[in-house]
Write a protein that binds this ligand. Structure first.
Ligand code: NAP
Length: 286
């Protein structure tokens, strides 16, 4: 946490610069950065997905209230059986429908958005469910539906969003997945909401389709626990879904990465696990 003195210095700097800014920029600038701690109500969009189920399990374990946004009732009931779902509020919506998104965001404090689809044509694209609708339209609908006092919107996108014209990302982007993710990043960055953008590389570990939430918390990424972060889109390694979910939860609790984007990869070696002090050091070095 910044000391009261450094907060005061920041207020003075912001007040000085406020004179030259528009009212919207002033509202943005004068808000002090805030971490979102346990007890807060977090909407997890894509809660039944590979990263989403891990984010949900970690948030519940750390004392957050979770509103799990799901689309598929069968999958949701399997993943969040009634005895565990007492602690979770499960809501159903397809984010392609803007009015459905509006109904889900009442009194939330933060959003972790880990929705996604395949980069190449697949069964999942059936019914106008490809990257444009999933990675751009749905994310924009969710951003537009958020209350103005939201404390953080964490958006999971991908390595390559700034390199979609060069190999190997130009291949991954043949059907536009990186372009639409980048457009969603831009919408979030200009929304005025406090945000963090997380850009993992190719995801490994999971999805743990037949695990319950307690078992999910025991999963490890084996020998690949080392974490590397970068403020730029310049990492090419793979990323464990466990590391990605942990980074999202740690980012929620950190004011250092508010209004920042970072890339993330996992490699052989020891890592921070769920140690907040080690994540703080990684975030501070960005
Ligand atoms: N796979 C990789 O190597 C890789 C690499 C970098 C980044 N990423 C990105 O990382 C994120 C997480 O990946 P993942 O593999 O964990 O994802 P995933 O298992 O494919 O899960 C995606 C989730 O999003 C939900 N969803 C999709 N469209 C929706 C909509 N219109 N309304 C509501 N929910 C919707 C899905 O619900 P349904 O089950 O109902 O479809 C599912 O729960 C994705 O954004 C992905 O693009 C992936």
């Amino acid at each position: 946490m910044p000391s009261p003195r450094s907060d005061w210095g920041k207020v003075q700097r912001l007040a000085r610069s406020a004179c030259t800014r528009t009212p919207q920029q002033r509202r943005l600038q004068l808000r002090l950065h805030a971490a979102v701690g346990p007890g807060a109500c977090v909407l997890v969009a894509g809660a039944t997905g590979g990263v989403g189920q891990l984010v949900t399990a970690k948030l519940l374990d750390r004392g957050y209230q979770v509103r799990a946004l799901c689309r598929n009732r069968e999958k949701a009931t399997q993943l969040f059986p009634p005895e565990q779902s007492k602690k979770i509020e499960i809501v159903y919506a397809d984010l392609r429908d803007a009015s459905a998104a509006q109904r889900l965001t009442e009194s939330i404090d933060a959003v972790c958005c880990v929705t996604g689809t395949t980069a190449f044509p697949s069964q999942r694209w059936k019914g106008n469910n490809g990257p444009q609708q999933t990675d751009y339209v749905s994310v924009k609908n969710l951003i537009d539906a958020c209350p103005g006092n939201l404390q953080r919107f964490i958006l999971n996108t991908s390595a390559g969003v700034d390199r979609s014209g060069s190999l190997p990302f130009s291949i991954l982007n043949l059907f536009g997945v990186l372009r639409y993710k980048k457009e969603a990043e831009r919408v979030l960055q200009s929304s005025g909401l406090p945000y963090t953008i997380v850009r993992p590389g190719r995801l490994t570990d999971g999805p743990y389709t037949s695990y319950d939430l307690n078992t999910l918390l025991q999963a490890t990424s084996g020998s690949r626990q080392n974490i590397r972060l970068s403020p730029n889109d310049d990492l090419n390694g793979q990323t464990s879904r466990l590391a990605c979910a942990e980074a999202i939860v740690q980012a929620l609790q950190s004011n250092i990465v508010e209004n920042r984007a970072f890339a993330l990869e996992s490699s052989d070696g020891q890592g921070p696990g769920s140690d907040a002090a080690q994540w703080k050091a990684l975030f501070s070095a960005l």
